[in-house]
Design a protein around this ligand. Structure first.
Ligand SMILES: Cc1cc2nc3c(=O)[nH]c(=O)nc-3n(C[C@H](O)[C@H](O)[C@H](O)COP(=O)(O)O)c2cc1C
Length: 185
């Protein structure tokens, strides 16, 4: 059976190195449309999608994550990141950070939106990596105050982020385990 949506889902994988090529205005518009079209519980729609294309700001967030890892003395994670080129956001030309008011299903809503962005990116010939680690840069009271710097309304918390760009590496999609499907007939 031919199905372009399923083909896109099956082709996506987490890419952790990007070329410097910026995204076009059309690509950015498509990714924003995907974010806004994502469903939310009770149709709350109270997420904020921060689209960051300023490389200095992306670098600032990257450095804040790294500084927090050093502060926490998370040696295993620091070593892992070091092996991946020393960047937590992988030099992507676009970082989308999703914020929401803490509420039942806020994390689920953000997860749906981030995958919609990932699949739209893939369908446009781009690649992505979903990122939980920027949470460290946006943690309250860590001294960075990056949430208000980005213009996110008070009371909203970081949910998830995604790096998007042109791939500078190859990586096969993860292996699947058919046993994780439980059929009830
Ligand atoms: C909620 C979530 C958070 C993630 N956070 C990170 C992250 O901070 N850094 C990273 O490099 N990858 C992160 N990933 C990517 C996963 O490591 C990746 O999806 C997983 O290894 C499967 O590989 P695949 O995406 O290539 O299929 C995250 C994925 C998800 C779903």
């Amino acid at each position: 059976m031919e199905n372009t949506v399923l083909d896109t889902i099956l082709a996506r994988s987490s890419i952790r190195a990007y070329t410097g090529e910026p995204l076009t205005r059309e690509q950015l518009a498509a990714l924003k449309a995907a974010a806004l079209a994502s469903p939310t519980a009770m149709n709350r729609q109270d997420q904020r999608f921060v689209f960051i294309t300023d490389s200095e700001i992306i670098d600032q967030i990257d450095k804040a994550v790294f500084a927090m890892l050093i502060k926490k003395e998370d040696k295993a994670m620091i070593e892992r990141i070091w092996q991946r080129g020393g960047k937590t956001l992988y030099n992507a030309p676009l970082l989308v950070c999703i914020f929401a008011k803490p509420a039942h299903f806020a994390g689920v809503d953000a997860g749906i939106a981030v995958q919609d962005i990932a699949l739209t990116a893939k369908s446009l010939g781009l690649d992505s990596c979903i990122l939980g680690m920027p949470a460290m840069a946006f943690a309250p009271d860590n001294g960075y105050d990056l949430v208000s710097f980005l213009g996110v309304p008070d009371g909203m918390e970081f949910m998830i982020a995604i790096a998007v760009g042109h791939r500078a590496m190859d990586k096969a999609p993860h292996e699947v385990n058919e046993a994780h499907i439980i059929e009830v007939k």
